[in-house]
Design a protein around this ligand. Structure first.
Ligand SMILES: CC(C)(COP(=O)(O)OP(=O)(O)OC[C@H]1O[C@@H](n2cnc3c(N)ncnc32)[C@H](O)[C@@H]1OP(=O)(O)O)[C@@H](O)C(=O)NCCC(=O)NCCS
Length: 190
């Protein structure tokens, strides 16, 4: 079992979660606007939810099921969001990408920057063949991020999930390693 790496982008550090992330997790993930379009963030959010999440994310790296990273600025320590790969399937070589950022950090291209790095990690670091993501139809910003990192829309999953007790449609997107390489996104790092 290898240690979870720390990944770098121009402005960001993507690193394993740690228990000192609890206050920022509660602060940022606790915002309804963040929970509203994410599938697995309980609302309201509290310390207990943060501890459970951190422990689960560390455990799931060890079990090779997930690769979850806290997002923080290079120049200013402290978690501002979370990104990662869930449902890692080494047999079929695929995984699902998910992410969120605290509201004050929206609109600066940060999620796109982190998502591009996670894609590189999936293909070069974990040797996967496919990465997919799903977003609510009513969340076009997420669709745009996935488009910018080279994903294609693959379908609409009608009433696939319930959010706040109501059925919601999801858009499924994906990218293959071959497409990612063809796009010239591989940089020989992982
Ligand atoms: C979705 C989320 C991660 C976006 O983060 P971000 O750092 O603001 O995203 P970026 O700035 O990298 O890119 C957003 C893109 O969407 C575009 N966008 C924003 N709002 C939009 C809208 N209503 N319609 C269409 N495009 C929109 C932006 O203009 C930008 O595209 P551009 O670079 O071509 O201008 C953030 O809003 C968030 O955490 N939301 C709550 C959790 C969530 O929805 N997670 C995703 C689950 S699938």
């Amino acid at each position: 079992m290898r240690t979870q790496p720390v990944l770098y982008t121009k402005r960001l550090i993507l690193r394993p979660q740690q228990l000192t992330d609890i206050p920022e997790l509660v602060r940022w993930a606790g915002d309804f606007e963040v929970a509203d379009t994410a599938l697995n963030i309980p609302h309201p959010y509290n310390d207990e939810a943060a501890i459970q999440w951190i422990n689960y994310s560390l455990e799931s790296w060890k079990n090779q099921q997930q690769a979850v990273f806290a997002i923080e600025f290079k120049y200013k320590p402290g978690l501002i969001g979370v990104i990662g790969l869930a449902s890692i399937d080494y047999r079929h070589r695929n995984a699902e990408m998910g992410y969120w950022l605290g509201v004050p950090f929206w609109g600066q291209g940060l999620a796109t920057e982190a998502a591009a790095r996670i894609l590189a990690f999936a293909f070069e670091g974990l040797d996967l063949d496919r990465v997919y993501a799903q977003y609510f139809v009513r969340n076009p910003a997420s669709g745009r991020i996935l488009e910018k990192i080279g994903m294609q829309q693959e379908g609409r999953l009608r009433s696939h999930v319930r959010q706040w007790g109501k059925p919601e449609d999801l858009i499924l997107c994906g990218i293959l390693r071959t497409e990612w390489l063809k796009n010239g996104q591989g940089r020989g790092e992982g």
